[in-house]
Structures are given as C-alpha cells and as structure tokens.
Design a protein around this ligand. Structure first.
Ligand code: NAP
Length: 368
C-alpha cells in the first residue's frame, strides 16, 4: 500500500509522462491535418468531392481492426477519432464548417433499456460523418411515438415491442411492404409527415441472401408471431417456398392461409424436409433456459439454419445445427441488416454494415 506522499510522487511522474505524450500527439495531429489540407487542395484543383464516406469508413475499420488489445475500447477509439476525421474534413472545406444541429433519431419501445439500436446507429452516424444523434425512449403508448416525433422534430424512429402493430394506424403513410405485413419497425418524419416501413423483413432476407439464393428454396419457419410474419413475407417475395410450423395450430394455419403457404404442426418437425430452417420463436433466448424448439433429429447435414434469437449469439439451436453439419446464421445478422436498412431510409446513405456489426458484437461480448 503506497503512502500518501509516495502516491503523490507517482501521480506527478505519470502526469509528466502524459504531458510528454500529449505534446507528441499534438505534433502528429498537426502532421495529419496538414496532410488532410493538402488532400483538400488537390481535390479542389480536380473538382472532387470533399466528403468521401468510403475512405472514412475504410480508415475507421482499419483502426478498429488494429485496436485488438489494451486500454482503449473500440467505442472510445471511435469517439476520439470521429472529431479528428471531422476536423480533417473541415480543413478540406477550407474553413467552411457545417454548424447545423444534428438530426434526431430515437428508438421507442417498452422495455428499451437493453436495446443495442442507439449504439449501432450512433456508430453508423460517426462512421459515415452523418450529422445525427440516436437515443432510446421508453414509450408506454404508441401515440407517444408519433406525438414525440412531430413535437420535437425527431427525423426517424426505430419502433420495437410492443408498438410494431399498434403504431401503424397512427402514421400518415405506410410503405407497401409494411402495409402487407401489418407491422412497422421504422418511421421517417419528413417535414411533419410520418411514413412507416418494415425493415425486419429486409433484415431476414439480407442475412439469408448473403449466403444463399432464396429462389425456389424450401424454408421451414418455426413460429407464427410478428417476426415470423415479417420473415415469411420477405422470403416469399424473394422466391422462397415457406412452410409455417407453429405450437398453436390455429395461429399457424391462419398465417399460412394469409401467405398462401403450407402449415405443419410443431410435433411433425423431425419428419419434415427443408433446405433452410428458421427459429422465429423466443425459445433459447437468455435469461430463459438453454433450450431449442427444434429437436436434434430435425437437423440434417447441409441445411442452412438461422436463429432470430441473438442473446446468446450461439444459441443451443445453432450449436446443435453446427454439430449436425448445418451452415448457421445468428439472429444478430438480422438485427444488423434491419438496422442498416433503417439507416438507409433515414439518411439516404449507404449503411456502414461492417462498422455496425463490429459494435453490436463488441456490445454483446461485453454484456456476456
Ligand atoms: P411473438 O409475436 O410473441 O411470437 C412468438 C412465437 O413463438 C409464437 O408463434 C409462439 O407460438 C412461439 N413460441 C413462444 N414460446 C414457444 C415455446 N415455448 N415453444 C414453441 N413455440 C413458442 O414474438 P416475435 O416478435 O415474433 O419474436 C420472436 C423472436 O424473434 C423473439 O425471440 C425476438 O427476440 C426475435 N426477434 C429477433 C429480431 C432480430 O433482429 N434478430 C427481430 C424481431 C424479433 P404460439 O403461437 O403457440 O404462442
């Protein structure tokens, strides 16, 4: 245990060390900004655009990949680098700064405390240099979402449980796909006119099509709730042949009738053949039991198996599927892709999917 006076000496030494490091950082920052100024002059001479989102995402992705150990977490690294990149961009603009306040985005739900959406979107704003901010709001009534957006001027919202269906009739306009699904998870507010979209559907399809062509594929979808509905709609639109398999037969049959697809009861699962199998039930989600809704004898070598549950990332279903020789996709991929589509609807920019994935994975690892 150091005495008070030895601790003071040690602190003084460490502060001096910090002063020297700060001076070195300052010198290197000046060099970095000087290089940026020269790039600005070259761009001006060749009439090229200052904003180069691709290059900025490339810089951040490289830095995050190099930041593998030590004191600095990836989110803190991004927090430090974002203003450095903004300063470099301002220099390239030769002093013409954008002083506009950030556009506001919110994630509405109840409960909402554990949502990773604000973190994922903040990372995407920083990575692309988009002047936006995203925060979580606990909403008990769906009407609060629309009132909040219109009153405060929130430009975009991500809507989650329990508002996805109830918010739909409260919006001014509904995108065709969201109207057919009957649920909205994304809202865009354009000068007071609110329009609802469903990106859960795009999220499932993008995650699947990243590894497989869905046209003509047989897809066994376990569950008949909101997520299953969005998934079934998207998969069918992409040419997949869906069979709904649900615990409560009435509910499954109703969804199958609406989608004009097959229905099978849950206990038939081991007898059914399909190329793709998706769990759209909450079975296996923490803090619930480490369970799987799919018996092991329903998993076949070569099948593509996706779980929409992403806490934990490797659910029992995915572990058993991998052991049976199946290719697997975790629920995080749906979450990231639905968020990427939200970002595109909100900002009109291409989403930095890799950065979004990096941050969601880091947060999930941190939360255990
Ligand atoms: P939901 O509307 O409540 O539907 C739940 C479905 O799961 C129902 O069909 C229900 O069957 C079935 N189910 C529930 N417990 C079951 C059990 N013990 N055994 C068999 N079937 C059971 O829920 P949801 O909104 O569709 O969400 C489903 C899951 O998807 C959740 O875990 C959610 O977190 C996840 N999700 C993930 C994402 C993502 O981005 N990855 C997005 C949305 C949802 P019955 O009809 O018999 O009750």
């Amino acid at each position: 245990m150091p005495t008070e006076s030895t601790a003071k000496i040690r602190i003084t030494d460490l502060r001096e060390r910090i002063n020297v490091i700060d001076a070195q950082i300052l010198e290197r920052l000046k060099e970095r900004l000087s290089a940026a100024r020269k790039i600005g002059q070259l761009k001006a001479a060749s009439d090229a655009s200052v904003l180069d989102t691709g290059r900025e995402v490339e810089v951040l992705t490289r830095l995050l990949a190099e930041n593998l150990s030590g004191e600095l977490g990836n989110f803190d690294l991004l927090k430090i680098y974002r203003p450095i990149i903004s300063a470099a961009r301002d220099l390239q603009h030769q002093g013409k700064r954008h002083a506009d306040p950030p556009s506001l985005y919110a994630v509405f739900g109840n409960p909402i405390g554990h949502s990773l959406s604000p973190l994922m979107h903040t990372a995407a704003f920083w990575a692309t240099g988009y002047n936006g901010t995203c925060f979580a709001v606990e909403a008990t009534e769906s009407q609060q979402i629309v009132n909040g957006m219109k009153t405060i001027g929130i430009r975009g919202a991500s809507v989650t449980i329990p508002h996805k269906t109830a918010v739909l009739p409260l919006l001014d306009e509904i995108d065709d796909q969201a109207g057919k699904i009957g649920a909205v998870n994304t809202v865009l507010n354009q000068s007071g006119v609110t329009k609802g979209f469903n990106t859960d559907c795009d999220g499932v399809v993008s995650a699947l099509t990243a590894v497989a062509d869905l046209a003509g594929k047989s897809v066994l979808l376990v569950g008949a709730g909101g997520a299953a509905r969005a998934a079934a709609f998207g998969i069918q639109s992409a040419g997949g042949r869906v069979t709904i398999c649900n615990r409560t037969a009435d509910k499954g049959e109703r969804l199958a009738l609406e989608l004009d697809c097959e229905f099978e009861p849950l206990d038939k699962l081991p007898l059914l053949e399909s190329e793709i199998l998706i769990n759209a039930t909450p079975v296996g989600m923490a803090p619930g039991p480490d369970a799987s809704v799919v018996p092991e004898n329903a998993l076949r070598n070569g099948m593509l198996v996706m779980d929409l549950v992403y806490t934990p990332l490797r659910t029992r279903l995915l572990r058993e599927a991998a052991a049976a020789g199946c290719e697997t996709i975790d629920g995080c991929e749906m979450f990231i892709h639905q968020g990427a589509r939200q970002f595109e609807i909100w900002t009109g920019l291409a989403a930095p999917v890799e950065i979004m994935r990096l941050f969601v994975h880091a947060a999930l690892a941190k939360n255990g």
